[in-house]
Design a protein around this ligand. Structure first.
Ligand code: NAP
Ligand code: G4F
Length: 321
């Protein structure tokens, strides 16, 4: 039985990845942070299932990482933990950098000392590309990084230190450069979840307006379930390497909002207002990923397109509100 160790196991991707690996027959281990309301830790995934083991740990506490990796001796390590909200990274830049950059260094050190034979996956991000777009309108593995947020800058460090550890210490350490991916489990302060949740509340008479920031940025949105399958393929490639994971389609926040409201037979223009508190000091205006390298290396293609993704999220929020 293969063993996986996942940081961020209670997050959107960590929860789907755990379920996917358990289905494949893995023994799954993961860390959660201490929370004053323990029930909040398992809102996305039931931790009381066979072959799933959860411990307290933190990327900022190298002793907890090293102790667990020494004991578990995993075959695969997935570092998914992060302060993952880009706008909030402007409010708490130092914390974001400590967790996302130095926290990555901590787990790489623990990995190198405790179980260097394991394979390591780093959750890198399209936010690293920032203002940089190739002349054909796509971002890919060779596109230079020009990040536009403390989050993006910290993720560039994490990407580079992962590559550095791979080459310097001959470790099987890889980066997945994932474009935006969503699901019913997406935190409700990310734009897709926020729009769907609030549109459903408006439809049900529970709310009257939706306050947003910049509606003219473009994102390449996929489904988290498709992307965790890609993580597993990338970490298990015979040669450690870095891959972009994206749908290749891009939509503006305005188009996404218009689609969600229209599915509920509403006109977004009657309900959406701009609130400057949701604008960012520097915006990333456009993302569209080219995942040709991933597709030509593995038999991967997304099962969800943008509309199927948004429809699933609408059905979810209609069901629980
Ligand atoms: P998420 O839902 O915000 O999950 C992040 C997880 O990390 C949460 O469980 C969080 O725990 C945990 N965490 C935060 N700080 C930690 C720390 N210091 N020590 C241990 N755990 C900590 O994010 P996601 O959407 O699943 O994303 C997973 C990873 O992929 C992140 O690294 C993110 O930056 C990256 N990524 C995401 C996307 C995307 O579109 N979703 C795209 C590219 C890259 P708490 O619940 O306690 O906060
Ligand atoms: O949903 P978002 O907050 O996602 P963002 O900033 O693209 O970051 C996500 O994707 C990254 C990959 O590229 C990940 F690395 C990162 O961890 C995270 O998962 O915002 C998307 C767009 C932005 O242009 C933002 O300015 O939506 C715009 N937006 C407009 N109004 C809003 C809002 N975003 C949020 N969160 N809230 C708003 O009210």
């Amino acid at each position: 039985m293969k063993k996986a160790f996942i940081t961020g196991i209670g997050g959107q991707d960590g929860s789907y990845l755990s379920e996917y690996l358990l289905e494949l027959g893995y023994e799954v281990h993961g860390i959660i942070r201490r929370n004053s309301i323990p029930e909040h830790q398992s809102t996305r995934i039931d931790f009381n299932v066979k072959n799933l083991n959860v411990y307290y740990g933190d990327l900022l506490d190298i002793s907890s990482l090293e102790k667990l990796l020494k004991k578990i001796q995993p075959d695969e390590i997935y570092n998914l933990a992060a302060q993952s909200h880009v706008r909030i990274s402007f409010d708490i830049p130092q914390f974001t950098t400590q967790v996302n950059a130095l926290g990555t260094m901590n787990i790489l050190e623990a990995y190198r000392n405790a179980c260097p034979e394991a394979k390591y996956y780093q959750a890198s991000s399209s936010e690293m590309f920032g203002l940089s777009v190739d002349s054909d309108g796509f971002q890919r593995e060779t596109t230079r990084f020009m990040p536009t947020s403390p989050y993006g800058c910290a993720k560039v460090f994490a990407f580079n230190i992962t590559r550095n550890y791979r080459l310097a210490y001959n470790l099987h350490a890889v980066n997945g450069i994932l474009f935006n991916h969503e699901s019913p489990r997406r935190g409700s302060n990310f734009v897709t979840s926020k729009v769907v949740k609030e549109a459903v509340r408006i439809k049900k008479g529970l709310s009257k307006i939706l306050e947003l920031g910049n509606m003219d940025s473009f994102r390449d949105w996929g489904h988290s379930k498709d992307y965790v399958r890609a993580m597993h393929l990338i970490i298990n490639h015979s040669v450690p390497d870095d891959f972009v994971v994206a749908t290749g389609q891009t939509h503006s926040v305005r188009e996404m909002t218009e689609y969600v409201f229209s599915k509920l037979n509403l006109d977004y223009k009657d309900f959406v207002v701009q609130n400057p508190i949701y604008l960012r000091p520097e915006e990333l205006p456009y993302l569209r990923g080219d995942s040709s390298k991933l597709k030509s290396t593995f038999d991967w293609k997304p099962q969800y397109d943008f509309y199927a993704l948004m429809n699933e999220m609408i059905d979810f929020w209609m069901g629980i509100l």
